[in-house]
Design a protein around this ligand. Structure first.
Ligand code: HEM
Length: 153
């Protein structure tokens, strides 16, 4: 069996779950919560989703590392010509930090902010989600374009 093809398929599956969910929360759940003044809706959805991405994000990282090892791509990660490899690793690192370091520490404080100043809480999460979604979109576009020769000179 072609292990790299298998890892690529699992990698993309994990990415679809993770970035697709981020898009749904940013583009559907957050505007709905804002329009109806129901931040609790966002909190419930986000809690469930973040429990799930605690699996898909590590799977994306492990399968990506497997491919990097098998295809011997380590030097390309620091080559500006294949910037999308560094972008993938950077985005993954940011999410790992958010999910396993920042979120567990700030959860209680954020719940307090939601109760005390819901408008400010909404502004912060909207800004953060749009920023992360934009980075993810540029990265996904860059990776598939880069791997398939879109930026070749
Ligand atoms: C530690 C994190 C990551 C590592 C080490 C990694 C590594 C890799 C490697 C080595 C490939 C194969 C590249 C090639 O065939 O030349 C790949 C493919 C891919 N990666 Fe990642 N990746 C990571 C995270 C991400 C993230 C965060 C995204 C989402 C934006 C992503 C999206 C993709 C996609 C869509 C492909 C398939 C490209 C294609 O075959 O058309 N990866 N990744």
């Amino acid at each position: 069996m072609d292990d790299v093809a298998l890892m690529r398929a699992l990698h993309v599956l994990a990415i679809v779950h993770w970035i697709g969910g981020l898009g749904f929360v940013t583009l559907v759940v957050l505007p709905l919560a804002a329009a109806e003044g129901r931040l609790a809706l966002f909190e419930i959805v986000e809690r469930r989703f973040s429990a799930q991405v605690r699996l898909s994000v590590p799977v994306a990282g492990l399968t990506g590392l497997w491919m990097a090892w098998r295809l011997d791509l380590w030097e390309s990660f620091v080559d500006p010509a294949s910037w999308w490899l560094a972008a993938m690793a950077g985005l993954w690192l940011v999410f790992m930090l958010i999910l396993f370091v920042v979120e567990p520490r700030l959860q209680a404080r954020f719940a307090g902010l939601v109760r005390a100043r819901p408008d400010a809480a909404l502004r912060i999460v909207t800004f953060a989600h749009w920023g992360l979604l934009a980075l993810a979109a540029v990265t996904a576009f860059g990776v598939v374009g880069g791997v398939h020769g879109l930026f070749a000179r």
